[in-house]
Design a protein around this ligand. Structure first.
Ligand code: FES
Length: 178
């Protein structure tokens, strides 16, 4: 079984690379090398590398995708397949504060829709949009594994649980530019 996994090779279809390819500092390249060294199959490092590219470029832009394809010896479509599966990978510029409201069962039953609607009204945007000043983006996501403290949302890497409209006000008002 493990032998079979190690033998996985990228498919041979031609790869259409965009002209521009992202470049990174020697420090970031070394970080990428460290991740690649952890895996017997290079493509297994796709998610950690995506997070690095996203961190460095703000989102997974075409030059970043092109870089990943080259670095991992994969097709552009292999990169997009993974990138489009995960809600934490962004293919458009994202706000400094990314509000991700859980819309799954426990949260839904305990008022997720109300929380989403309130955020949208307060920020003047719809789900999937970013405020004009680039400060907030609003998304709905599947279960974030915090069902016992529903309703909840995640902002960047922080969870905010047992939400009420008053709590949402406090949390959003405390999101200041650094
Ligand atoms: S249902 Fe919302 S965190 Fe699980």
């Amino acid at each position: 079984m493990s032998q079979q996994l190690i033998n996985i090779q990228p498919l041979s279809q031609p790869v259409q690379m965009p002209d521009e390819m992202a470049t990174f500092s020697a420090e970031v390249e070394a970080e990428i090398d460290r991740h690649l060294a952890k895996y017997p199959v290079m493509r297994s490092a796709i998610l950690p590398l995506m997070f690095i590219v996203q961190r460095e470029r703000g989102y997974l832009d075409p030059p970043g995708v092109s870089y990943l394809a080259k670095r991992l010896n994969l097709r552009i479509t292999d990169i997009w397949e993974v990138a489009t599966f995960y809600s934490m990978i962004h293919m458009q510029p994202i706000g400094k504060y990314h509000i991700q409201v859980c819309k799954t069962l426990s949260c839904k039953l305990l008022g997720a829709d109300k929380i989403t609607r309130y955020c949208a009204e307060k920020l003047g945007i719809k789900v999937g949009e970013t405020t004009a000043d680039g400060r907030f983006s609003l998304s709905e996501v599947e279960c974030l594994g915090s069902c016992g403290t529903a309703p909840m949302f995640q902002i960047n890497f922080d969870y905010h649980e047992n939400l009420t409209l008053e709590k949402v006000d406090q949390i959003l008002d405390s999101c200041h530019d650094a």
